[in-house]
Design a protein around this ligand. Structure first.
Ligand code: HXC
Length: 257
């Protein structure tokens, strides 16, 4: 597929997806969403690929949903057309996606980063949910994912004031897993993705699925879900290989079976 708003490249077993609408600071319009879904579905289906990195430019990961596209829409367009529901297909990706965020991640940009499995931020990153300044609200899960990531106090303050969080605050609050110098962000994210892609494929999916279950279940149900998936992994050839490789002091050689 030819993409107009994304750059997609494979670096070994890592798919690097770069949002590429520089004239609009990577604002997320319908075309970006359609292309992003296509790129993620192609990545998920490609057995040679084990982890993806989603990034933007140094100035902006994404400055939000495209305000110019939304400005004239009414309730019938939004509700009737289930606007933004396509983003559920982003979170349905079964393999991991790392967000590598430099510069602005605002509104839908912050929400898209939070849809990824974890966020690596550059020291220039700025996160915010400024929708209230437009007399609207987050609409791609931001109020829910931000509250779960940083707690009610910061999430509520950010949604009600539109205040941005810098990278240090975002790391302290648990929104991002690590901060990196801007110039190294993408390479470091690809290195982290390559490390993940080198693990056994079924174990990657199972680990992602069980951590995500922590946000959907009670503790007892989540622990039970984890245990059942853990048991299931003992039905895989890669579990036999992984444990034999440890005992024989050699790297595992995965088959994905
Ligand atoms: C459409 C956008 C945009 C956006 C920036 N641009 N953000 N276009 N949608 N979300 C465009 C500008 O209009 C401008 O185009 C160009 O990108 C460069 O932006 P500038 O504003 O000139 O850059 P700068 O002065 O550096 O300011 C950067 C900025 C600012 C602070 C990030 O652009 C900004 O505040 N953007 C909006 C952020 C925002 O409100 N995001 C939330 C959107 S709503 P031209 O053609 O003029 O050069 C959302 C939630 C959706 O995401 C869910 C509920 C509806």
């Amino acid at each position: 597929m030819v993409y107009e708003t994304l750059l997609v490249e494979q670096r070994g077993a890592v798919t690097l997806i770069t949002l590429n609408r520089p004239q609009a600071l990577n604002a997320l319009n319908s075309q970006v969403l359609a292309e992003l879904i296509a790129a993620l579905e192609a990545y998920d289906a490609d057995e040679s690929q084990g982890c993806a990195v989603l990034t933007g430019s140094e100035k902006a990961f994404a400055a939000g949903a495209d305000i110019k596209e939304m400005a004239s829409k009414g309730f019938a367009d939004m509700y009737g057309g289930n606007f933004f529901a396509g983003y559920d297909r982003v979170t349905a990706t079964r393999k991991p996606v790392i967000a590598a965020v430099s510069g602005y991640a605002l509104g839908g940009g912050c929400e898209l980063a939070m849809m990824c499995d974890f966020i690596l931020a550059s020291d220039t990153a700025k996160f915010g949910q400024p929708e209230i300044k437009l007399a609207v609200s987050p609409g791609m899960g931001g109020s829910q994912r931000l509250a779960r990531a940083v707690g009610k106090a910061k999430a509520m303050e950010m949604c009600l004031t539109g205040r941005m969080m810098d990278a240090d605050e975002a790391e302290r609050a648990g929104l991002v897993s690590r901060i990196l110098p801007a110039a190294e962000l993408v390479d470091e994210a690809v290195k982290t993705a390559a490390l993940i892609a080198g693990m056994a494929p079924l174990a990657i999916k199972a680990n992602k699925e069980m951590v995500n279950a922590a946000y959907e279940t009670t503790l007892a149900q989540g622990v039970q879900f984890e245990r059942r998936l853990f048991h299931a992994l003992f039905g895989t050839a890669d579990q036999k290989e992984g444990m034999a490789a440890f005992v024989e002091k050699r790297p595992g050689n995965w088959t994905g079976k």
